[in-house]
Design a protein around this ligand. Structure first.
Ligand SMILES: [Zn+2]
Length: 241
Protein backbone atom coordinates (compact mmCIF):
# COMPACT_ATOMS: atom_id res chain seq x y z
CA UNK A 1 0.00 0.00 0.00
CA UNK A 2 1.34 3.45 -0.85
CA UNK A 3 2.19 5.69 2.07
CA UNK A 4 -0.45 8.43 1.56
CA UNK A 5 -3.23 5.84 1.23
CA UNK A 6 -1.99 4.05 4.35
CA UNK A 7 -1.95 7.36 6.22
CA UNK A 8 -5.47 8.18 5.02
CA UNK A 9 -6.71 4.79 6.23
CA UNK A 10 -5.02 5.23 9.61
CA UNK A 11 -6.58 8.67 9.97
CA UNK A 12 -10.01 7.29 9.09
CA UNK A 13 -9.59 4.51 11.66
CA UNK A 14 -8.52 7.12 14.22
CA UNK A 15 -11.59 9.22 13.44
CA UNK A 16 -13.74 6.13 13.91
CA UNK A 17 -12.22 5.51 17.33
CA UNK A 18 -12.71 9.18 18.25
CA UNK A 19 -16.33 9.09 17.12
CA UNK A 20 -16.92 5.88 19.06
CA UNK A 21 -15.42 7.26 22.25
CA UNK A 22 -17.30 10.55 21.85
CA UNK A 23 -20.48 8.49 21.49
CA UNK A 24 -19.65 6.51 24.65
CA UNK A 25 -18.92 9.71 26.57
CA UNK A 26 -22.32 11.08 25.57
CA UNK A 27 -24.08 7.74 26.18
CA UNK A 28 -22.67 7.55 29.72
CA UNK A 29 -22.89 11.20 30.81
CA UNK A 30 -24.97 13.09 28.23
CA UNK A 31 -28.02 14.68 29.81
CA UNK A 32 -30.24 13.64 26.88
CA UNK A 33 -28.79 10.14 26.48
CA UNK A 34 -31.16 7.23 26.93
CA UNK A 35 -28.64 4.63 25.76
CA UNK A 36 -28.23 3.02 29.20
CA UNK A 37 -31.73 3.63 30.53
CA UNK A 38 -34.65 5.89 29.76
CA UNK A 39 -34.30 9.30 31.32
CA UNK A 40 -35.84 12.73 31.06
CA UNK A 41 -33.85 15.93 31.13
CA UNK A 42 -36.50 18.60 30.61
CA UNK A 43 -40.26 19.16 30.58
CA UNK A 44 -42.48 20.76 27.97
CA UNK A 45 -41.41 24.04 26.44
CA UNK A 46 -44.89 25.54 26.27
CA UNK A 47 -45.41 26.00 30.03
CA UNK A 48 -43.52 28.55 32.15
CA UNK A 49 -42.64 25.93 34.75
CA UNK A 50 -39.34 24.63 36.08
CA UNK A 51 -38.36 21.90 38.55
CA UNK A 52 -35.80 22.52 41.23
CA UNK A 53 -33.99 19.31 42.21
CA UNK A 54 -31.51 18.63 45.00
CA UNK A 55 -29.06 15.72 45.09
CA UNK A 56 -26.87 14.05 47.73
CA UNK A 57 -29.07 14.69 50.75
CA UNK A 58 -30.36 14.50 53.27
CA UNK A 59 -27.75 16.50 55.16
CA UNK A 60 -27.72 18.52 58.36
CA UNK A 61 -28.38 21.63 56.22
CA UNK A 62 -31.37 20.27 54.29
CA UNK A 63 -33.83 21.86 56.76
CA UNK A 64 -32.38 25.28 55.87
CA UNK A 65 -33.28 24.62 52.21
CA UNK A 66 -36.76 23.51 53.30
CA UNK A 67 -37.19 26.83 55.16
CA UNK A 68 -36.43 28.85 52.00
CA UNK A 69 -38.79 26.72 49.88
CA UNK A 70 -41.53 27.02 52.52
CA UNK A 71 -41.08 30.80 52.70
CA UNK A 72 -41.81 31.06 48.96
CA UNK A 73 -44.36 28.21 48.96
CA UNK A 74 -42.51 26.24 46.27
CA UNK A 75 -41.94 22.52 45.93
CA UNK A 76 -38.79 20.74 44.76
CA UNK A 77 -37.70 17.12 44.26
CA UNK A 78 -34.93 15.62 46.43
CA UNK A 79 -32.72 12.79 45.12
CA UNK A 80 -31.42 11.19 48.28
CA UNK A 81 -28.65 8.66 48.94
CA UNK A 82 -29.72 5.65 50.98
CA UNK A 83 -26.67 5.95 53.25
CA UNK A 84 -27.56 9.57 54.05
CA UNK A 85 -31.18 8.61 54.75
CA UNK A 86 -29.95 5.95 57.20
CA UNK A 87 -27.72 8.56 58.85
CA UNK A 88 -30.43 11.26 59.06
CA UNK A 89 -33.84 9.56 58.77
CA UNK A 90 -35.61 12.41 60.59
CA UNK A 91 -34.40 14.90 57.97
CA UNK A 92 -35.61 12.61 55.16
CA UNK A 93 -39.02 12.47 56.86
CA UNK A 94 -39.01 16.26 57.19
CA UNK A 95 -38.49 16.59 53.41
CA UNK A 96 -41.40 14.25 52.76
CA UNK A 97 -43.63 15.92 55.36
CA UNK A 98 -43.07 19.27 53.62
CA UNK A 99 -44.56 17.76 50.45
CA UNK A 100 -41.38 17.34 48.39
CA UNK A 101 -41.10 14.04 46.48
CA UNK A 102 -38.00 11.96 47.17
CA UNK A 103 -36.05 10.26 44.39
CA UNK A 104 -33.37 7.57 44.45
CA UNK A 105 -29.74 8.74 44.09
CA UNK A 106 -28.16 5.32 44.87
CA UNK A 107 -27.07 4.08 48.29
CA UNK A 108 -23.39 4.98 48.47
CA UNK A 109 -22.98 7.41 45.54
CA UNK A 110 -20.61 5.24 43.47
CA UNK A 111 -19.61 5.70 39.85
CA UNK A 112 -21.64 3.13 37.92
CA UNK A 113 -19.22 2.93 34.99
CA UNK A 114 -17.51 -0.49 34.76
CA UNK A 115 -19.76 -1.89 37.52
CA UNK A 116 -21.72 -5.12 37.29
CA UNK A 117 -25.49 -5.06 36.95
CA UNK A 118 -25.80 -6.90 40.28
CA UNK A 119 -23.96 -4.11 42.09
CA UNK A 120 -26.11 -1.43 40.43
CA UNK A 121 -29.25 -3.33 41.36
CA UNK A 122 -28.17 -3.67 45.02
CA UNK A 123 -27.47 0.08 45.20
CA UNK A 124 -30.85 1.06 43.78
CA UNK A 125 -32.97 -1.63 45.43
CA UNK A 126 -31.54 -1.00 48.89
CA UNK A 127 -32.15 2.73 48.51
CA UNK A 128 -35.78 2.13 47.46
CA UNK A 129 -36.23 0.08 50.64
CA UNK A 130 -34.45 2.55 52.93
CA UNK A 131 -36.39 5.56 51.61
CA UNK A 132 -39.70 3.71 51.83
CA UNK A 133 -38.96 2.45 55.33
CA UNK A 134 -38.08 5.88 56.69
CA UNK A 135 -40.44 8.16 54.74
CA UNK A 136 -43.30 5.90 53.66
CA UNK A 137 -42.69 6.84 50.02
CA UNK A 138 -41.21 4.51 47.42
CA UNK A 139 -39.40 6.62 44.80
CA UNK A 140 -40.52 6.81 41.15
CA UNK A 141 -37.50 8.80 40.06
CA UNK A 142 -33.81 7.99 39.88
CA UNK A 143 -30.85 10.24 39.29
CA UNK A 144 -27.55 8.48 38.60
CA UNK A 145 -24.60 9.55 40.78
CA UNK A 146 -22.44 11.95 38.72
CA UNK A 147 -25.06 11.56 35.98
CA UNK A 148 -23.20 8.41 34.89
CA UNK A 149 -25.30 5.61 33.34
CA UNK A 150 -23.84 2.25 32.34
CA UNK A 151 -24.77 -1.21 31.01
CA UNK A 152 -27.24 -2.63 33.50
CA UNK A 153 -28.75 0.67 34.62
CA UNK A 154 -31.63 0.38 32.11
CA UNK A 155 -32.74 -3.16 33.08
CA UNK A 156 -32.45 -2.31 36.79
CA UNK A 157 -34.50 0.87 36.33
CA UNK A 158 -37.16 -1.16 34.52
CA UNK A 159 -37.25 -3.86 37.22
CA UNK A 160 -37.61 -1.26 39.96
CA UNK A 161 -40.04 0.85 37.84
CA UNK A 162 -37.78 3.90 38.13
CA UNK A 163 -37.59 6.70 35.58
CA UNK A 164 -34.21 8.34 35.15
CA UNK A 165 -33.99 12.09 35.59
CA UNK A 166 -31.05 14.13 34.36
CA UNK A 167 -31.10 17.93 34.24
CA UNK A 168 -31.34 20.87 31.87
CA UNK A 169 -29.02 23.05 33.95
CA UNK A 170 -26.59 21.95 36.65
CA UNK A 171 -25.39 24.58 39.10
CA UNK A 172 -21.90 23.25 39.97
CA UNK A 173 -22.78 24.47 43.47
CA UNK A 174 -20.16 22.11 44.96
CA UNK A 175 -17.34 24.05 43.34
CA UNK A 176 -18.44 27.53 42.16
CA UNK A 177 -19.19 30.64 44.21
CA UNK A 178 -22.84 31.60 44.75
CA UNK A 179 -22.68 34.47 42.21
CA UNK A 180 -21.50 32.08 39.49
CA UNK A 181 -24.10 29.44 40.40
CA UNK A 182 -26.92 32.02 40.22
CA UNK A 183 -25.60 33.34 36.92
CA UNK A 184 -25.29 29.86 35.43
CA UNK A 185 -28.71 28.64 36.51
CA UNK A 186 -30.57 31.89 35.75
CA UNK A 187 -28.80 32.07 32.39
CA UNK A 188 -29.76 28.51 31.42
CA UNK A 189 -33.34 28.52 32.59
CA UNK A 190 -36.21 28.19 30.12
CA UNK A 191 -39.71 26.69 30.07
CA UNK A 192 -39.61 23.11 31.32
CA UNK A 193 -36.07 23.31 32.68
CA UNK A 194 -34.91 20.84 35.33
CA UNK A 195 -32.44 22.58 37.63
CA UNK A 196 -29.91 20.53 39.59
CA UNK A 197 -28.40 21.70 42.90
CA UNK A 198 -27.15 19.79 45.95
CA UNK A 199 -28.39 19.78 49.57
CA UNK A 200 -25.50 17.46 50.50
CA UNK A 201 -22.03 16.66 49.25
CA UNK A 202 -22.01 12.95 48.38
CA UNK A 203 -21.87 11.06 51.72
CA UNK A 204 -20.11 13.73 53.76
CA UNK A 205 -21.48 14.42 57.25
CA UNK A 206 -22.19 18.08 58.06
CA UNK A 207 -21.18 19.32 54.59
CA UNK A 208 -20.81 23.04 54.00
CA UNK A 209 -23.59 23.89 51.56
CA UNK A 210 -23.45 27.66 52.15
CA UNK A 211 -23.10 28.31 48.40
CA UNK A 212 -26.22 26.27 47.66
CA UNK A 213 -28.24 28.07 50.34
CA UNK A 214 -27.19 31.47 49.06
CA UNK A 215 -27.95 30.46 45.45
CA UNK A 216 -31.42 29.12 46.36
CA UNK A 217 -32.19 32.26 48.39
CA UNK A 218 -31.49 34.35 45.29
CA UNK A 219 -32.71 32.07 42.51
CA UNK A 220 -36.20 31.29 43.80
CA UNK A 221 -37.43 34.92 44.00
CA UNK A 222 -35.56 35.78 40.79
CA UNK A 223 -37.28 33.04 38.77
CA UNK A 224 -40.68 33.72 40.38
CA UNK A 225 -40.28 37.36 39.32
CA UNK A 226 -39.55 36.18 35.79
CA UNK A 227 -42.90 34.38 35.78
CA UNK A 228 -41.74 30.78 36.29
CA UNK A 229 -43.68 28.34 38.48
CA UNK A 230 -41.80 25.73 40.48
CA UNK A 231 -43.14 22.20 40.07
CA UNK A 232 -42.20 18.72 41.19
CA UNK A 233 -40.58 16.47 38.57
CA UNK A 234 -43.79 14.45 38.31
CA UNK A 235 -45.90 17.46 37.49
CA UNK A 236 -43.30 19.00 35.18
CA UNK A 237 -43.03 15.79 33.14
CA UNK A 238 -46.70 14.79 33.24
CA UNK A 239 -48.71 18.01 33.60
CA UNK A 240 -52.43 17.55 34.04
CA UNK A 241 -53.22 21.12 33.00
ZN1 LIG B 1 -24.77 13.20 43.55
Amino acid sequence: MDAPRKRRLEMAAGAGVCAASAFMAWAVRGRSSGVFGASVWRGRRDRPAVALTFDDGPSESTPAILDILAYYGVRATFFQCGANVERLPAVARQVRAAGHPIGNHSFSHPLFSFQRQRFIEQELRLTQEVIERHTGQRPFWFRAPYGVRWFGVGPVQRRLKLIGVMWTVIGYDWKLKADAVVKRVAGGVSNGAILCLHDGRELRAKPDIGVTLEAVRRLVPLLLDQGFRFETIGRLICPTT
